[in-house]
Write a protein that binds this ligand. Structure first.
Ligand code: BGC
Ligand code: ZN
Length: 370
């Protein structure tokens, strides 16, 4: 079978031929992979800035955003059946018995760092024609979500973030008055930094939860991303024409910041505009650039005097995948055009080179694997 792999020793990125994986346990599932999404992490791995191959392998098959179809099941599989559409989870638990997170199925909170991630860290990924894995990592997808399900994995980042927001805010009286026909967070305001796929899917999740949402990103108006945001009722401000101060003035009292750029300077500059009892969520993984000066006194004063919380979030557990499957369904019904315009292209596997190594273009590009 064909797979897209990186080889560090020879600095090669290309299509390789691998033996088709076969079911080896009663709870294994074999997927015929339909699609894989290309993301910044894949592009970093292809630039040899990130990613670790499986032990003993010179190569790493990349890909962690995917959609497959069940082709074969082990004799004890109950979660999925032949023909089902499936989005597999990314992270696999570490082996240590003292890691309570991994031992509880919450490897997204692994303590030891010895987890593996398919397509990223020590395990082959999903940009391959076939994949075998245990049924416990499979998320069944309703057939009518065939065309958007590849967005489930990137949406899990927002879902895990939002689940933590509700948990953290249970510390105080924060809930909006319950009104008929108004969503949960109808009285709150959110700012999203960045309008890549993570930022746009985050904005959809926030608008859907009721937040009045402003998105701040580089490109001047109008552009593909601002068009998507307009369709969902979020406001777009370009960094070319607006300062963070303008953003804060437009947004009003900022209850939540969802950072989705990986630009640390911008994020730390934004912190001073976070409102009382506000939450700041980091999702980006910045490269190590030069040092940046930050006003730590101001940040610390605000954190204390305004009861603020900052947290980082990575990867996602089963609950976030389930929420993402549900919400992709809701978004597709509510904003069909916005959701479909997130996928800016579907390409045959042989066109991998431009997508992974060329200048990044569009919003979410997808590789068709079979
Ligand atoms: C993936 C996560 C993963 C993270 C760090 C992201 O692109 O969506 O599942 O945990 O990279 O490796
Ligand atoms: Zn662990």
């Amino acid at each position: 079978m064909k797979a897209i792999a990186v080889t560090r020793a020879t600095k090669a990125v290309g299509i390789i031929d691998l033996p088709e994986p076969e079911i080896s346990s009663a709870t294994d599932v074999k997927l015929r992979m339909l699609e894989a999404g290309v993301c910044g992490t894949d592009r970093e791995i292809c630039a040899f800035e990130y990613g670790t191959p499986p032990q003993g392998s010179p190569q790493l098959v990349i890909g962690h955003e995917s959609l497959g179809q069940v082709q074969e099941v082990g004799s004890q599989v109950t979660r999925v059946k032949l023909g089902d559409l499936v989005v597999p989870m990314v992270r696999r638990p570490c082996p240590h018995d003292y890691c309570v997170a991994c031992r509880s199925g919450r490897q997204d909170f692994c303590f030891t760092g010895d987890f593996r991630e398919r397509g990223i860290k020590e395990q082959h990924g999903f940009m391959a024609q076939f994949v075998v894995d245990d049924e416990q990592y499979m998320n069944p997808i309703p057939q009518h979500l065939r065309d958007t399900a590849v967005l489930v994995e990137p949406l899990t980042i927002a879902e895990k973030g939002l689940a933590q927001v509700w948990q953290v805010q249970a510390r105080l009286p924060w809930g909006c008055p319950v009104l008929p026909d108004r969503p949960q967070a109808h009285c709150h305001k959110a700012v999203v930094l960045g309008a890549g796929p993570v930022g746009l899917l985050g904005a959809m999740a926030l608008v859907n939860a009721g937040f009045d949402t402003h998105v701040y990103a580089r490109e001047p108006l109008p552009n593909l991303k601002s068009a998507v945001l307009e369709m969902i009722g979020a406001k777009y401000l370009s960094a070319e024409t607006h300062s963070l101060e303008d953003l804060a003035n437009a947004a009003g009292n900022v209850d939540l910041v969802y950072e989705a750029t990986g630009a640390s300077r911008l994020a730390f500059d934004m912190m001073k505009f976070l409102g009382p009892n506000g939450i700041f969520i980091f999702t980006g993984v910045p490269g190590r650039r030069g040092k940046v000066e930050v006003d730590t006194d101001l940040i610390m004063r605000n954190l204390v005097l305004r009861n603020q919380v900052i947290f980082g979030t990575v990867n996602a557990g089963r609950d976030a995948f389930e929420a993402a499957v549900r919400d992709i369904g809701i978004f597709s019904q509510r904003w069909p055009q916005a959701v479909s315009s997130l996928i800016t292209g579907r390409f045959p596997i042989r066109e991998y080179r431009d997508l992974l190594l060329g200048p990044s273009a569009g919003i979410k590009n997808v590789i068709e694997l079979n």
